[in-house]
Design a protein. Structure first.
Length: 216
């Protein structure tokens, strides 16, 4: 795990398996099928780190040999909240790791001209004692990520309950995110170089939703 001085809330998950798979996702020759599979695999691997600090509690169980107090995840556990539509691909990987997690959805689309998010759907599980992992592959301008965190905060979920997980972030987007939510941890596989004039991440991987679903 790599830290970046400018963004104290950012963790770059530089595990070799994650980096190897990300390279294949970036490659324009990679098919929709492989892209989808790799996003699922990377999300599962990232989930391992993202959930590292979940609190544990002891539960008394009986093994075939003895009674023991054994660790289990404490409290109401987790919710995975994909930002539609590309977030779905990451949620699938996380849910393989945490099959019991609740799933919420935040539907945002990005205005082609302003690059600003518009909200069309919010569905969330009850929040008490739950950690919410918001997922969206591309943290580009940062506006959708900020908006999605705001959606959770407006519904009474506290900042300490929120984690943001993306595949690739742009420094410009991280600055916007940190301005709004410096205390929300962000996990990414890569902090890329910059945003271009169309607000695409460079080098990036193109439009994550289109590549995931095979649309144009
Ligand atoms: N959304 C994408 O899918 N890709 C980008 O590079 C930026 C935003």
């Amino acid at each position: 795990m790599r830290r970046v001085e400018e963004f104290p809330n950012l963790c770059v998950l530089d595990h070799p398996l994650i980096q190897h798979k990300l390279t294949h996702m970036r490659d324009e020759r990679t098919s929709t099928r492989t892209f989808r599979q790799l996003l699922r695999e990377i999300s599962l691997l990232m989930g391992y780190e993202v959930t590292r600090n979940l609190p544990l509690a002891l539960e008394r169980i009986q093994t075939p040999l003895v009674t023991m107090d054994a660790p289990v995840i404490a409290g109401r556990k987790l919710a995975v909240v994909p930002i539609l539509r590309a977030g779905n691909g990451m949620a699938d990987g996380l849910l393989e790791l945490i099959p019991g997690a609740r799933v919420g959805h935040v539907g945002l689309y990005r205005d082609h001209d302003t690059h600003r998010p518009h909200e069309y759907l919010v569905k969330l599980p009850d929040s008490e004692g739950r950690t919410f992992i918001l997922v969206d592959p591309m943290l580009a301008t940062g506006h959708s990520a900020v908006h999605a965190v705001n959606v959770l905060l407006e519904r009474g979920i506290s900042r300490e309950q929120i984690i943001f997980m993306a595949l690739v972030a742009a420094p410009e987007g991280m600055r916007v995110f940190n301005e709004a939510h410096p205390d929300v941890p962000v996990y990414v596989a890569s902090l890329d170089d910059h945003l271009n004039e169309q607000a695409y991440i460079v080098p990036g991987l193109g439009d994550a939703g289109d590549r995931l679903f095979g649309t144009k």
